[in-house]
Design a protein around this ligand. Structure first.
Ligand code: NAP
Ligand code: ZN
Ligand code: ZN
Length: 353
């Protein structure tokens, strides 16, 4: 075991504060990563506030959040072949899985039928708590570390590891591309990557945001159209317009209203994870043979494909870099939808309290 420094929520709802904890000694297939940057995902906030207790076996405090981790390999175990010291690598939402179930074998480790080991707020296969990327180092099996883009800044690529793949995977699965009309609901961390990736895949992209505040930004990010959902006329005007609606909203909204925006055979894919369940009417689905689906991040193979796609197409995140001492203020701004469009913690500020 060796000591690691980070920031943790000591208990549910408590502000994050400096925290020292143990990381495992690197095993023969492990890499040690010096963390340079870590994005702040809304999921970090949901978990630090214990908002998902209904859906999780346990919430583990103290909790070191962070699953958009980018850094340099500083050490490798004797049998590591995939990465070497000095490589720029990333870690996303999970650090292990069973590796043998049908889902793992087909590259869908995030849906492992035995156990996906989440990057934090989980237990590894030995039963020890996992700790995330708001910290100086992480020790992870080489198979769960990704190669980061070579031509893009590392800080702006950290959020690809969750926000990027969470939108890329459903865009690919539901075949967003030329001739397809897609809507992105909510222009936050996930939503802005949906716009950039949907545009890069040549789909026609519409943003549905609470107000018109972010309209200019959305157009700059690649959106073709923008509407405010606070205006009831938006829903009448856009009835039966889209092949695909990607819903990234972190709060309770009326999904039936958004289902009405789908063409016949269209799909709404939910990626936002609000605290409470949302009722859906049968008629919202039957009137147009519509599908309501969900999607979680992406597997290792697809995450690497997304990182390489972003490298080739020059797609990175719009970020605001913050010192770790400002993490609690950043959380408050995310909660007010006041982030343009992802906070990224500069880990060089750790220990400078
Ligand atoms: P975020 O940056 O806070 O973005 C969420 C956006 O939703 C906001 O910017 C806002 O967009 C909109 N919104 C917020 N409150 C709203 C309300 N009351 N009514 C209508 N719209 C509202 O969060 P994020 O990091 O993108 O994460 C979004 C959600 O996805 C979270 O629940 C997170 O836990 C979840 N998530 C899921 C996965 C997965 O694999 N499925 C992965 C990562 C995160 P506007 O200002 O444009 O309205
Ligand atoms: Zn996330
Ligand atoms: Zn598995």
């Amino acid at each position: 075991m060796s000591k690691s420094k980070g920031y943790a929520a000591l208990k549910a709802m408590s502000p994050l504060a400096p925290y020292t904890f143990e990381r495992r000694q690197p095993r023969e297939h492990d890499v040690v990563i010096d963390i340079k940057y870590c994005g702040i995902c809304h999921s970090d906030i949901h978990q630090a506030r214990d908002e998902w207790s209904e859906y999780q076996e346990e919430a583990i405090f103290p909790m070191v959040p962070g699953h958009e981790i980018a850094g340099d390999v500083s050490e490798v175990g004797a049998k590591v072949t995939k990465h070497k010291v000095g490589d720029k690598v990333g870690v996303g939402c999970f650090v292990d899985s069973c590796r043998t179930c049908p889902e793992c074998r087909s590259g869908l480790e995030q849906y492992c039928s035995v156990k996906t080991v989440w990057t934090y707020n989980a237990r590894d296969n030995e039963g020890s708590p996992t700790y995330g990327g708001y910290s100086d180092r992480i020790v992870v099996d080489e198979s769960y570390a990704l190669r980061m883009p070579k031509n893009l800044p590392l800080d702006a690529c950290a959020p690809l590891l969750c926000a990027g793949i969470t939108l890329y995977s459903p865009l690919k699965h539901w075949k967003a591309g030329p001739g397809k009309k897609i809507a992105i609901v909510g222009l936050g961390g996930l939503g802005h990557m949906g716009v950039k990736l949907g545009h890069a895949l040549c789909a026609e992209v519409t943003v549905l945001s609470q107000s018109l505040r972010k309209q200019d930004d959305a157009k700059r990010l690649g959106a073709d159209h923008f509407y405010a959902t606070s205006d009831p006329a938006t829903f009448t005007k856009l009835t039966r317009s889209f092949d695909l609606v990607l819903n990234t909203v972190s709060a309770q909204i009326d999904w039936n209203q958004y289902l009405s925006l789908l063409k016949v055979d269209g799909s709404m894919v939910v990626v936002g994870l609000p605290e409470k369940d949302i009722p859906v009417g049968a008629f919202s689905l039957t009137g147009g043979r519509r599908s309501l689906a969900g999607s979680a991040i992406g597997g290792i193979r697809e995450t690497q494909e997304m990182l390489d796609f972003c490298d080739a197409h020059g797609v990175a995140c719009d970020i605001e870099v913050v010192p770790i001492q400002k993490v609690n203020g950043a959380y408050e701004r995310v909660l007010k939808s006041d982030v343009r469009y992802r906070f990224v913690i500069d880990m060089a500020t750790l220990g400078k309290d």
